[in-house]
Design a protein around this ligand. Structure first.
Ligand SMILES: [Zn+2]
Length: 512
């Protein structure tokens, strides 16, 4: 009887502790949420957009669990840096001509404020992919340009080529995202006067303060050996016009505190207070996956963001910074969930670094994705199950184990002699897929938009993706829509006056 009593007491205390734990946590969360009733209506001096390419909601959840498990937690309860943002909304990602979008049309949406056709950057939906003669007259400018025109410093940091789809919509107007240099362009497009994207990076907005990522080969004349891989012909320069865009840039910047770097040592040896312009090209094409990065020679995304903000924040007018975790998408296309999720965790680390270097009082930070992927995880796994692990039971159909992570389609389709292949797991393991494809596809569902800082609450509910730069520009008093900025009270200042006038008009209408 005494044993039973003790057991009952133990169970009841445990239940109470568990009850108190979750209740106390929820109450803390509620208390924090109540503070959000006082809105931050400051003017955003600085704007930062973190773009996880292909970082759909299942990727965010899985990256959260991975981050927690990497620090010895079970993972599900962990907070990503983006989880700490107070406002979250959903963005509809479709392109004007595609239900499931690509990175070019979506980049045009969240950078230029208009939806566009897939494969096109910095042009509106009247421009047709690969048809050079549909470019002229259909160019649209980006928030990076609006910020530059307003006297802010501007920067682009990416783990892909700096002339890849996402960054290119910030400065280029191109009907084909694949026109990296003139070498990739058809002769008739060159004859019609279309320019390759690498060239546009330096010619359209000539004074972008910070440019970091990969893509060296597109900047140098054809057959020029690469500085880092001089013996590997596949990394040679590609330009047919014979131009050396890096030399042209350094010449132009020679008396403007401009520096070109191509490895980590050069980058970290710079003193950001003596640098006003930085061009960092760390690989001939995309940067390596973070899991395979050479920490001696290549900077992490976090290190690049750190240097970028140190350079940009010197401008008293503030800055706009686009940061792309660009290879989450590539990991997924290859069916390599481990690569994709480590990329997402690294981008989250960069978000944390930016948080330490800025303030929510004057910096609007947004984290989102351009589109999702056919990636998911499930299978009734237990709490704390390794995110790359197996579901707890064998399939009750083919009696084989299966991983929690699964792709809807892609290269991980593994049917051998009519049966599903058994599981092996390493960094480059391709998770199983239902439909065989060389490259796994994007997903079509909405993506999350996390926001903090001035007017972050305008990102609420479900919106079209092209709404995002309109909010950012409004918050910073740049771009087309600045009527609310003319009083010293800034974004908030005019509101009481406007509402008083509206009330007066209503009263006078009732009376007269
Ligand atoms: Zn993609």
């Amino acid at each position: 009887i005494e044993l039973n009593n003790n057991l009952c007491l133990f169970i009841s205390v445990t239940i109470q502790i568990v009850f108190i734990f979750w209740t106390a946590w929820a109450q803390r969360t509620l208390k924090n949420a109540l503070t959000l009733q006082t809105l931050n209506t400051n003017i955003a001096k600085n704007l930062i957009l973190f773009l996880g390419d292909g970082m759909g909601v299942p990727t965010v959840t899985a990256a959260r669990i991975l981050k927690g498990q990497l620090s010895g937690q079970s993972g599900e309860e962990t907070l990503l840096e983006m989880d700490k943002f107070p406002f979250v909304s959903l963005a509809k990602t479709y392109n004007t001509n595609a239900q499931v979008p690509d990175s070019a049309g979506t980049a045009t949406a969240y950078l230029c404020g208009v939806k566009a056709n897939e494969g096109t950057v910095g042009v509106n939906a009247a421009a047709v992919r690969s048809q050079c003669n549909t470019t002229k007259g259909n160019e649209v400018t980006s928030i990076l340009r609006w910020a530059k025109d307003a006297g802010k410093s501007v920067g682009i940091v990416t783990t892909t080529r700096v002339n890849h789809a996402t960054p290119s919509a910030a400065y280029a107007h191109c009907v084909d995202r694949d026109w990296y240099s003139d070498n990739e362009m058809p002769a008739d497009a060159l004859e019609t006067g279309c320019k390759d994207i690498a060239r546009q990076l330096f010619e359209n907005i000539p004074d972008i303060n910070v440019i970091m990522g990969g893509g060296r080969r597109y900047m140098f004349p054809r057959n020029t050996p690469d500085a880092e891989y001089p013996d590997m012909a596949k990394h040679n320069g590609t330009r047919k016009d014979g131009r050396n865009l890096v030399k042209e840039w350094t010449d132009r910047m020679s008396n403007k505190k401009g520096h070109y770097v191509w490895n980590k040592q050069q980058l970290l040896s710079l003193n950001p207070s003596n640098v006003d312009y930085l061009l960092g090209l760390f690989e001939p094409m995309d940067l390596t996956y973070d899991l395979e990065r050479n920490d001696e020679t290549d900077p992490s995304l976090t290190e690049m963001v750190d240097v970028a903000i140190k350079i940009l924040r010197k401008n008293p007018n503030g800055f706009y910074l686009l940061v792309e975790g660009g290879r989450i998408d590539h990991g997924h296309h290859e069916g390599k969930a481990k690569q994709a999720l480590y990329e997402a965790v690294e981008m989250d680390r960069a978000i944390g670094r930016a948080d330490l270097m800025t303030s929510i009082h004057d910096t609007l930070t947004i984290v989102t994705a351009d589109h999702s992927h056919m990636f998911n995880f499930g299978g009734y796994t237990a709490r704390g199950n390794t995110i790359f692990g197996l579901a707890p039971m064998l399939s009750d159909v083919d009696q084989k184990p299966y991983t929690s992570i699964i792709y809807g389609n892609g290269p991980g389709y593994k049917i051998v002699n009519g049966v599903r292949q058994n599981i092996t797991v390493d960094n480059n393991y391709q998770a199983q897929a239902a439909v065989p494809l060389v490259s796994e596809t994007h997903g079509g569902e909405d993506v999350a938009v996390f926001a903090k800082g001035p007017l972050a609450h305008l990102l609420h509910g479900v919106h079209e993706q092209n709404y995002i730069p309109h909010v950012m520009a409004y918050a910073a008093c740049i771009g087309q829509n600045r009527e609310h900025c003319t009083t010293n009270g800034g974004a908030a200042g005019l509101r009481p006056i406007v509402s008083s006038i509206a009330a007066l008009l209503t009263v006078s209408r009732l009376l007269c």
